[in-house]
Design a protein around this ligand. Structure first.
Ligand SMILES: *Cc1c(COP(=O)(O)O)cnc(C)c1O
Length: 493
C-alpha cells in the first residue's frame, strides 16, 4: 500500500511513500496530509469472519490492509500487545474489560419505537479518553520501527489536556523515545495536571510554561520551523494528523458495527463528537472501505466550524480570539486539521484544487463549495453521498443531556459525549441503530458533572487520590533559548 499527499499532483508534490515511511511523520513535504493511494475494500465474507474476533485480532486484520510493509507476525504481536486487558481496565461496573470498547444499548430512545441509541465506550484506557485507543498502538509501532534501525525520536508537543496525557501514557518507558510536553502553567484542571505530572518515567518531561496554551503552541511551531535544530535533535510530533493514529481509529467503527449487528444486510449510523476531524475521518475511511455505515454525524460544541460546513458548504475557520472556551474543551478548535483528507475525496482526489483551497484558508480564512455565484465549487451537493450530517450543542444542552442520561438510563456521561448524544437524537431514524462514540469518561470533566447533577463523577479504581501523588515537572517562561537548551541537555544530542 502506497500513500499519497492530499496535495499530490502539484508542483511541490511528494512521491508516494510506504506506511513505515510516514509512520513517524506529520505533514507531507508539500504541506498536504497522507492518505492511501486507494482504499482497501472489505468483502462480505471478511466481515462475517471478523464478527467472532477479539478487538486485538480485528485491529490486526484492519491494520494489515494498510501497513503492508510490516511483516504479519510483527503486526500481530504489536496489536496483541496493545489491545489486551487489563490495560483497558477502567470499564464501567458490569462491563467486561476484555471487550475493550463495550456497547451500551438503549432501545426505543425518547419513547420512539424502533430507534436504538448505542453508546460505544472508547474511554477505558489509561487516561480515560478515546485518544488512548489509537495512541497506545502508536507507542508500540514507534518503538518497533525505531528499534529496527537503532533510531531515536524526541516528541515535542503542546497540550491543553487530553492529547498530551494520552501521548505520555503511550510513550512512557518506550525505548528510543522521549516526550517533551508543554502545557500552560496552572491552567489545566487538577485532575489532568495530576495525570500528566505524576508520571515518573525518566523519558517523560513535563514543561509547565508560564503563559497560555497559544504560547505553548507557538513554541512548538518555532521549533518545527527551525529545521537545523529539529533534525539534529530528532524532533517529531504525535499530532492528530498522523496517519497511523487515524488508521488505528478505523478499527473503532468496525468493532462498533460488528458488535451492534448480526448480519451484513444491517446498517448503522455513527455520531462522533468532533474537533480536529480525526476520529470521524476514520469513520469516513471505514465507510469507503465498504463497511455498511449509513450516516456519519459530526457533533460540534459552540465551536461549530464543521457543523457550518455540513449545513452550508462554507468552510470558515475561526481566529483564536473567536474560539469559545467551553465545557467540552477537547472540541474547542478554530480549524479542523484533518478536514483536508475528506475534502480530497470530495473533490475527486484533485490535489491541485485541494492545494488551492487550503492556500485560500491561509489567505482568506476559508472556502466555499456551496455552488452559489462566486463560490469555489459546487461539490457540497455531493456531501450527502458520503453520508455526512451534522449538528451542534451548547453548554445548556450538555447539562440537560447529562441529566437525562443519568435519570433515564443510569448512565453517567462526560461533556463531549453529551454533545454527541444531543446531536445524535436529532438524526435518529427507526430501524438504523445510532452508535455514539463515547470519547471520555466523566471523571475528567467533573466540574460540569457537579453542575449538572449536584454530585461528583465516579472515579475508576486507582484514580481516587491522583492529585496527592508526587509530581515531576519543570516550570519555564516563554523563552525559546531556555527551551532549546533544556531539550538538548536531556537528549544529549
Ligand atoms: C480529542 C477529543 C475529541 C475530538 O476528536 P477529533 O478527532 O479531534 O475530532 C472529542 N472528545 C474528546 C474527549 C477528545 O479528547
Amino acid at each position: 500500500m502506497q500513500y499519497v499527499s492530499t496535495r499530490s499532483g502539484t508542483a511541490t508534490s511528494s512521491v508516494p511513500q510506504s506506511f513505515s515511511d510516514i509512520l513517524l511523520g506529520g505533514l507531507a513535504p508539500d504541506g498536504g496530509l497522507y492518505l492511501p493511494a486507494h482504499y482497501p475494500q472489505v468483502t462480505a465474507a471478511e466481515l462475517n469472519a471478523w464478527r467472532k474476533l477479539s478487538y486485538a485480532d480485528l485491529a490486526y486484520e484492519v491494520l494489515k490492509k494498510f501497513a503492508t510493509d510490516i511483516p504479519d507476525a510483527d503486526l500481530k504481536a504489536l496489536t496483541q500487545k496493545t489491545y489486551t486487558a487489563p490495560i483497558y481496565c477502567n470499564a464501567r461496573e458490569g462491563d467486561d474489560p476484555r471487550e475493550i470498547t463495550p456497547l451500551h444499548v438503549i432501545e426505543d430512545m425518547d419513547g420512539r419505537a424502533g430507534t436504538t441509541l448505542i453508546l460505544q465506550a472508547l474511554s477505558n484506557g489509561p487516561t480515560l479518553a478515546f485518544k488512548d485507543m489509537a495512541m497506545q498502538l502508536l507507542g508500540n509501532l514507534f518503538e518497533y520501527t525505531l528499534a529496527k534501525h537503532n533510531g531515536e525520536l524526541n516528541i515535542f508537543g503542546a497540550t491543553s489536556g487530553d492529547t498530551g496525557s494520552a501521548a505520555e501514557y503511550a510513550m512512557r518507558g518506550k525505548k528510543g523515545i522521549r516526550v517533551f510536553m508543554l502545557s500552560p502553567h496552572k491552567k489545566m484542571s487538577a485532575f489532568q495536571t495530576a495525570q500528566m505530572f505524576s508520571l515518573q518515567d525518566p523519558n517523560i518531561f513535563n514543561i509547565a510554561v508560564e503563559g497560555v496554551f497559544d504560547d505553548c503552541q507557538d513554541m512548538v511551531k518555532a521549533v518545527s520551523n527551525d529545521l537545523a535544530f529539529k533534525v539534529h535533535q530528532k524532533i517529531g510530533t504525535v499530532n492528530s494528523i498522523n496517519w497511523a493514529r487515524v488508521v488505528a481509529q478505523v478499527v473503532y467503527y468496525f468493532r462498533g458495527y460488528l458488535s451492534a449487528t448480526t448480519s451484513n444486510d444491517q446498517k448503522v449510523s455513527f455520531t462522533v463528537p468532533s474537533g480536529n476531524f480525526g476520529n470521524i475521518c476514520a469513520g469516513h475511511i471505514a465507510r469507503m472501505m465498504g463497511l455498511p455505515i449509513d450516516k456519519l454525524v459530526a457533533a460540534t460544541n459552540e465551536n461549530d466550524v464543521l457543523d457550518e460546513f455540513f449545513r452550508t458548504g462554507v468552510y470558515r475557520v475561526r481566529k483564536s480570539a473567536e474560539t469559545y472556551h467551553t465545557s467540552s474543551p477537547s472540541m474547542d478548535i478554530s480549524k479542523a486539521s484533518n478536514f483536508e483528507r475528506f475534502i480530497y475525496d470530495l473533490l475527486g482526489r484533485d490535489g491541485e484544487r485541494v492545494c488551492a483551497l487550503f492556500r485560500k484558508v491561509e489567505t482568506h480564512g476559508g472556502f466555499d463549495l456551496s455552488g452559489k455565484p462566486g463560490s469555489d465549487g459546487d461539490e457540497f451537493k455531493k456531501v450527502a453521498q458520503y453520508g455526512f450530517q451534522s449538528g451542534k450543542s451548547t453548554h445548556q444542552d450538555r447539562l440537560n443531556t447529562i441529566r437525562d442520561m443519568q435519570d433515564d438510563f443510569d448512565l453517567m456521561i462526560d461533556t463531549h459525549t453529551a454533545d454527541g448524544i444531543k446531536v445524535a437524537r436529532e438524526h435518529m431514524v427507526p430501524g438504523v441503530p445510532m452508535i455514539v462514540l463515547e470519547t471520555a469518561l466523566p471523571a475528567k470533566f467533573n466540574e460540569t458533572i457537579l453542575e449538572a447533577l449536584g454530585r461528583d463523577a465516579e472515579r475508576p479504581a486507582g484514580f481516587e487520590n491522583i492529585e496527592a501523588l508526587p509530581q515531576r515537572f519543570e516550570v519555564m517562561g516563554v523563552d525559546m533559548v531556555k527551551m532549546k537548551a533544556f531539550i538538548a541537555g536531556h537528549t544529549g544530542l
